[in-house]
Design a protein around this ligand. Sequence first.
Ligand code: GDP
Ligand code: MG
Length: 309
Amino acid sequence: MTSDSPDSKTTLTHCGLVALVGKPNVGKSTLLNYMIGQKLSITSRKPQTTRHRILGIKTHENNQMIFVDTPGVHSGQNKAINRYMNKTVQGVIRDVDLILFIVDRVKWTEEDELVLQQLQNNQAPVFLVINKIDLVENKETLLPFIEALEGRYPFKEIFPLSALRQHNIDALESAIIKHLPEGDFYYPDDQLTDKNARFLAAEFIREKITRQIGDELPYETTVEIEEFKQEGKTVHISALILVEKSGQKKIIIGDKGSRLKLIGTEARKELEQLLGTKIMLNLWVKVKRGWSDDERALKSLGYDDMFQG
Ligand code: GDP
Ligand code: MG
């Protein structure tokens, strides 16, 4: 049987987007890292997934799982931020094929409630993943918790597991594979190209900015990679953080540059781990208006605020 024969089983592939949702600290990253294992392969965005931040791709035999992130659901004071976040969560889960709703044991909180609300009008099947089961001493508390939640949402399947102790994850993975739609792989099982690494560098820096600054700086930052070049065993990266207002620039730089330094150090460490090379990272912060007014003039003047590490 040739591979292009219409009834060939060998060409039948399944591929789908799997969203991880859940409040911070429930174990999303731990679970993902274990499932992806050494096969971590993050690639640049494709048109059909522009709305998603891809966390990792796992291709196993004829199946490709593309795990996508959702922004954390905030229950803080800032209403505008909450609305923004909620809108983004909606956007992300609208066109995925499967959703993993991850909770921390039976400790249901207001934040979980917010996430559950986000799932109400959604089409994709949802698995409830009850993580950190290794910390549950009295397993009898599980059943009433599960029954109560089943009454609130038609979960397709429910998996109590431990991402950390790697307990019951195989069952989850088999179920995920069963729910992947038939179709070609979106991504080749490829290496990180230079272009992808550039993209990732910008993403990581942006993530660290958000992590450091949170609600103080709502989504007006852009990161541009100015230089990305390998010299020997070191990759030199220069990135420009563009903000809208000088006040935001002050916030990012922090007291005597302390915040920018933290952002740079964290981004560098994560990139070094991912790319497996030593990295020299230079960060500058500029107010967008000034920058675009006369790019060359600014360059020739040098940059006034920078992190180097
Ligand atoms: P995320 O914010 O949802 O991505 O959560 P993380 O994956 O970063 O995990 C938050 C914390 O919970 C970390 O300290 C993990 O080691 C811990 N953790 C994650 N999964 C488990 C688990 O199954 N059991 C236990 N005991 N700890 C876990
Ligand atoms: Mg995480």
